[in-house]
Ligand binder design. Sequence first.
Ligand code: PLP
Length: 371
Amino acid sequence: MDVDNEEFEWSESGQANGLWAYDNLPFGSPPGICAAAGDTPMTHSERLSEYAGCPLYCKDETQNPTGTYKDRGSATSITYANEQNIDVVGTVSVGNMAMSTAATATSAGLQCIVLVPSTIPPERIELIKQYDPDLLEVNGDYGQLYYDALTLNDGGEVLFVNGDSPVRLEGYKTIAYEICDSFRPESPDAIVLPISSGGHVSGVWKGLQELRDAGAINEVPRLYCVQSTAVDPIARAYEANSSTVEPVEQGETIAYSISNGNPPSGNRALEAVRETGGAITSVSDERILEAKAMLAAKGGYCVEPASATTVAGIRKWTNSGEISPEETVVAVLTGTGFKEMGQSDFELERGLHRINRDELDKGVRSTIGSL
Ligand SMILES: *Cc1c(COP(=O)(O)O)cnc(C)c1O
């Protein structure tokens, strides 16, 4: 392929440097894989848009170092700890948060303590363990563990950076920066996120407010959040027109990463959604699995079930008229599906064909047809 070498110029900003490309972060230089978080692709799929019912853009957070948006918050947390000469960080998690914090900490030469509930599946332990943290399996109420862990910061020897800690939100806010940067000078009409503790949406909301206050965007996109119907305390409060989230029993859901029945930042999520004119809903496991299958089969994205709630929610809202068919919507694909398989029994149309070696031509030709 011919290219015009006369036209070559180095980019102004030098090498891409992840979320650190934006200068209003209150931190110094990122150690280890902190430098690799963020700067994820924004991609568009016509076929997926058709399924969703509106022009759909995907902010592909699966491309972060450990496959989730959590790496942005881990990057700012570990950079902060490093600057403050704190040698030990901790977190409470059932999976992604643990992996992200442990990987980021070890890459920067920090020790990491991870508190996990005794109900955690062994496959998840294996994924976390590879980053060599101190894993403490704690029995009893997992929701309460989140709050108990924060009291352990007192001595100043260990810094617990849980899901909605302020230093994490600084990392999460850069998702809002990057999304708005991709659409400049326009803004997308809506941004849709899966929600559990509410840390992610709190960070995105902070970023949007900063951009609005700086005059960097004209329109603030509406923020939408989606839960699983099995664990939906924030959606319930939203539907009841309440400003306070009441804890619920933690039901079983395929979307295990969003199963916090007592979300620490639930009230803030309600505020973010109401102030921007968005909404919160919940979707069933059946719809989540369908959306996960469509994300892969039509869009080429392999996401975990929690992330697929976004597309299931958008489809629901375009059907009800809450989101109109010409509105531009961004789904944040929060986590990769490559960590754990065996979560989709949704039947697709094409599937596996068994053909004879001596009828290769006929076999291939028989599969050719329109999508
Ligand atoms: C943690 C997580 C969420 C939920 O984020 P919160 O900050 O807890 O609301 C959503 N998707 C994935 C993949 C996650 O790991």
